[in-house]
Design a binder for this molecule. Sequence first.
Ligand SMILES: Nc1ncnc2c1ncn2[C@@H]1O[C@H](COP(=O)(O)OP(=O)(O)OP(=O)(O)O)[C@@H](O)[C@H]1O
Ligand SMILES: [Mg+2]
Length: 493
Amino acid sequence: MTDNHTTPEAGWNFDNSYARLSPSFYTALNPTPVRSPKLVLLNESLAATLGLRVESLQSKDGVAVLAGNLIPGGAMPLAQAYAGHQFGHFNRLGDGRAILLGEQLTPQGERFDIQLKGSGPTPYSRRGDGRAAMGPMLREYIISEAMHALGIATTRSLAVVSTGESIFRETELPGAVLTRVAASHVRVGTFQYIAQWGTDEELRTLADYVLQRHYPEIDAAGEENRYLQLLKEVIKRQAALIAQWQLVGFIHGVMNTDNMAISGETIDYGPCAFMDAYDPATVFSSIDTQGRYAYGNQPYIGGWNLTRFAETLLPLLHDDEEQAIKLAEGALADYEALFQREWLAGMRAKLGLFNEESEDEALIETLLDMMKKNRADYTNTFRALTLNKPEESALFGSPEFASWHQLWQARVGRQKEPLTASQELMRSSNPAVIPRNHRVEEALEAAVERDDYSVMERLLAVLATPFAHAPDQVEYCALSSDAAGPYRTFCGT
Ligand SMILES: Nc1ncnc2c1ncn2[C@@H]1O[C@H](COP(=O)(O)OP(=O)(O)OP(=O)(O)O)[C@@H](O)[C@H]1O
Ligand SMILES: [Mg+2]
């Protein structure tokens, strides 16, 4: 490997603010080179946003960077330390299979972490091999980009490189490296790590760092208790994020505190999936036997994780612990209402409602209850209402639905906005296509088993405009012919 080889033509423009923090926050370390890297996916529009040139990224040196075989000039590779409550149990963790190359400063003056996932062992690997399999990395690429297109805050995927090496899980699998782009990778677990093993001074440094990087308005305002403001803002962003997940039927699957980003982005697409039939008890992860991370439990778990975050901030909130706890509790008490407000606003939009009426919640609940009873597909039910084709909904035909439909139409009709505006609002709030499990599996199978990326390219193209409601998207709305339920083949790590 050539260290600090410069590749100015690619457009890498690194700064390394995280590396300037105390070394107890990370371990400086290069990725471990792989045998024969090959670029299998490149996100050209994201590359352009980052100020990176596509041809350069596709060149031998460009691919070597994306594989971790070559360190671009200006990068200061490191593995971040963090902790986390995994399924409720506190563990010392850290990037066990990821390396942060540095922060790319874009031509627009933005700053994004560039991280290689699957880049080899680190001091935080515990018993793991530091590697990732092709299937899950392609899956992360597809779903994170779909989430972005749905307008949901998320880490993004720049590229996937095959390593030419096998990794061993239950069977032998092809290895891959994903280049992940994030506002930052600071997690609730990063705070937990410093709160547990660092000093109060280091905790303050981390909080100040996050304020400057993600909440500059608080930083600039010189608020009296900036750390309380930080807590409140993180709560607000998570409430909004999880409401967005609920609105599109996204199940994260592994909402451990190490998988909750302080920036408010969705992070870690492990055993995640989109719900088909509406049922709050839906779980996709095979290891989540208790349903801790079930669809309907996500808002609660969000609050639980935020409570863990608040606990780490106590020493910064007030010198007196009792006072600090009171402040934290006050901030946390707002979470539920913040979530509910976001969710209700989103649900109203999904039903084409601009204003608020007191009966709206009952109207929404009745619809959801019918969906649950009839195991109606969540996305397609809203799509049928959007396209004004109720007959395409599984609910159609029952007297209960007929009376609900009448109530809803009357409700829409009471607004001052014209019906066309209402329909437009619904079209932009209800996706026609989501990354359905059987479609994702089909794309992964073609890619991994047959080295055929055309199925995935088509899927990615369709997912890029989820609100288009275009004719060529219709086939992607169909449910799996074998409605066997959760697909798990490529879930997990
Ligand atoms: N193959 C592996 N080798 C070493 N460590 C691993 C491996 N897989 C997961 N880990 C580590 O186990 C912990 C929990 O894994 P988890 O599945 O939440 O994260 P991940 O998918 O690797 O990464 P991220 O949260 O960054 O998306 C993390 O600290 C992760 O780095
Ligand atoms: Mg993780």
